[in-house]
Structures are given as structure tokens and as C-alpha cells.
Design a protein around this ligand. Sequence first.
Ligand SMILES: Nc1nc2c(c(=O)[nH]1)N[C@H]1C(S)=C(S)[C@@H](COP(=O)(O)OP(=O)(O)OC[C@H]3O[C@@H](n4cnc5c(N)ncnc54)[C@H](O)[C@@H]3O)O[C@H]1N2
Ligand code: MOO
Length: 415
Amino acid sequence: MRSVAEHQKIVSELFGPPETVRVAVADALGMATVDDAVAAFAMPAFDNSAMDGYAVRADDIAGASAAEPVRLPVVDDIPAGRTGLVTLAPGTTARIMTGAPLPDGADAVVPVELTDGDFSVDHVPDSTVGFSSGVEAGKHIRREGSDIARGDVALPAGTVLGAAQIGLLSALGLADVAVARRLRVVVLSTGSELVEPGKPLQHGQIYESNGAMLTAALTEAGALARHVHFVPDDVADFLERLDEASADADLIITSGGVSAGAYEVVKEALDAGPVEFVKVAMQPGMPQGCGHHLDPAGRRVPIITLPGNPVSSLVSFEVFIRPPLRAAMGLSPDRPRVAATLGSDIRSPEGKRQFMRGVVDESLLPGVDGRLVVEPIGPPGSHHLRYLAGANALIDIPATTTALPAGSVVNVVVL
Ligand SMILES: Nc1nc2c(c(=O)[nH]1)N[C@H]1C(S)=C(S)[C@@H](COP(=O)(O)OP(=O)(O)OC[C@H]3O[C@@H](n4cnc5c(N)ncnc54)[C@H](O)[C@@H]3O)O[C@H]1N2
Ligand code: MOO
């Protein structure tokens, strides 16, 4: 049997390096940038007001007090977005709004609350305003370049774009951005017993769940996933669907039909071609396959054939596909791994690396010995989707381990 590490290496070789595309910044959520984003101008690009109030020369109101306010004529009204300002003459003030450019000559802003000015909507702007205190020069001014200097690297290459990063690129005036391309992945589920959710079920049939599950896992991993409606266990039909699916796919993932049964459509259809079917020393997820499918145009499309048992399918995705898939999109390949304390005794099959479903404290708070506690959940059978759905961790038990008592330290992948 092939080891997990060997199969991981072979699957990872199906993926190429990240490819670059330009996309609209607004569409780049979750994608990794390819280049440093360099600020073409300073941010803020001009000195501007941090408050709604009055722009002044600080010297003009020095010594103002509640008992002896200083009154200045209001010579201008400056909303955000105003262009073409004139210099503020000594002994005058201008009404100014948050974000509005500071006129030359002004060196401070006094918030409206510290004046007798009235900013209410239907109020006719005052021709003079009284200041009941002085102000320090520089107060309430957002200086040009105080966020980013011109030429600074605003975001280094390789940054995964979240909301704040998309905001920053937009603020820098960028409409599009070079990012690592999302891979287009088609999921093809096989099995004549499968019925589409929402339709009536007969005894002996089950609802198809791997397609939606793997598509969701792919989307979560950052790929563009598409589920091709499951195909019956018919080789010709399967190959036809595979050809159709390959046309616009970077990767095909199948589920089911790869073990030792009499209706193993995936294996039958692909065994003679450049797809290798192997047993991997792991539980769940023993029967695996991977290689290439030649599409009708002769293009080699990587294909990974996952076992049909739902738990095996998703655990195999986690172990073999998610890391290289994400690396091929410039994203961090690995989920967090932690050393945790086992909450209960466990057994594990000899010679197989086991990925047990487990629950770690959602707050990720350490237990008494300073480590997280992981509680194994559910039996080992690969049909126990319920326990997979209840788990937030995979406990990675080495192939050489057959039993561990509660309190042992184990390696845990936090999902
Ligand atoms: N004689 C042997 N039998 C089996 C072996 C073996 O080595 N020798 N391996 C077992 C292991 S381990 C696994 S895992 C499964 C893998 O089987 P297949 O990949 O061929 O999958 P199927 O037989 O098509 O289905 C297995 C199981 O999963 C259900 N299934 C399949 N597809 C879906 C789907 N899209 N949604 C929901 N459920 C699905 C299917 O109904 C079966 O119950 O083989 C063991 N047998
Ligand atoms: O290896 Mo299978 O995936 O145990 O059920």
C-alpha cells in the first residue's frame, strides 16, 4: 500500500505553479496578489480636516476663552471634494467638513462643538463665528502621506485580499489587480443509487451528497467549483460526461466507483488510461486514484478520483487535494495544526494512518496542561457523515499507532 505522504506528493505533481490574471479589484476577494501594490501617490493625498468645524490659523485664536471668545469672519465654506481653494487670510476662518482639503494658511481645525457655529441643515451659514478656546497648531488635521507615503508598498505580493485590502487597493485608485487565477474544478459524482435531493427516494436509493459537499469544500478553498449532475454507473455515459466536463476545467474530481466492486465505473472507464488506481494506507480514504484525462481536444486535464463513502471523500479532499490546490492559487496550503491532548482512549487500525473526527474547544482555549483538548467523536465507519458534520478537527494518528490512552498528545488539524 502507498503511504499518505507518497500519494500526497503524487497528487501535488498534478498541479502547476499559480497563473496570473487581472481581475476587477471588487471581484478579487480571497485571491492572492502577484505583485507588490505600490502607492502611486501619498495617502491622504492632501492635508485635510479630521472634523467638521472651522479651519483657522492657530495664532488667531490664541488666548480665546469662554469669558472672552475670539470672533472671526467666516470667509469660505469647504465641503469634502472641494477643489481650487484660496489661501486663508490671517484673521479669518473657513467652515470645513471632515475630509475636505485644508486651505493654505490654515494650520488647525476647531470642531464645531467648540464654537458657537451652527451646522444644522436649514441654518443660514454664519458670517462670523466665536471660538471659546484656543487650539494647538496641527490639531484635527490629517496630514498628506500620514497613512502611506508615495512609493510605499501598500500591500506586498502574495497578500490574500480581504475586505480591508480591497478597500486599500480601491483607495489607491486601482480598478483591477494581478492575482493568482482561481482554478476551475468540476466535481462528478457517480453511482446509480444516487437521487438528487428534493426528489422522492425508493428503498435502496440514497440522496446524492458528495457533489454538494465537495463543491462547497472547493469553494471554501478558493476554487471555482462546478458540480456536474451525478452520472449512473455506465462507462460510456461516464466518459461522455467526463469529456463535456473537461472542456473548461483545470481539474476534475470524481467521487465513487473506485474500489473493488462489480460496478466501479470510474475505475473501469479510466484504468487503461493515464490514471493510476491505488490503495493508500489510511483510514478513511483507502481507495484513491489520480492522473490525467485527455479531453476531446487532446488537452491533459488532471483528474483525482475520490472514494464514494462521504467521510472518505471529504477527508481525502482535505488530505490530498486542498493543500496543492490552494498552493496552485497562491494561497496558504495548510490548515493550522496543533498538538492537543486526547480527551478519550482511542484505537487505530494497524498500518493505516487514521484521520479521526474530533472536536476541539471552539474558543481554542488550552486545557489544564496548556494544550487544547481534542475529543474524538463517532465511530470509524466512513458513512458517518453526521459525525464529520459535528467535527471541527481531524486527529492525525500515525500508521504505527494502534491505541492511545486519554491524555496522550496527538497532532490535530483544525478545520
Ligand atoms: N471488497 C472491497 N470493498 C470495498 C473496499 C475494498 O478495498 N474492498 N474498499 C472500501 C472502502 S475503504 C471504501 S472508501 C469504499 C469506496 O468505494 P467507491 O469509491 O467505489 O464508492 P462507491 O462504491 O461508489 O460508494 C461507496 C459508498 O458511498 C456511497 N456514495 C457514493 N457516492 C456518493 C455520493 N455522491 N453521495 C452520497 N453517497 C455516496 C455509496 O452509496 C456507498 O454506500 O469501498 C469499500 N468497499
Ligand atoms: O478507506 Mo474507506 O475510505 O475506509 O471507507
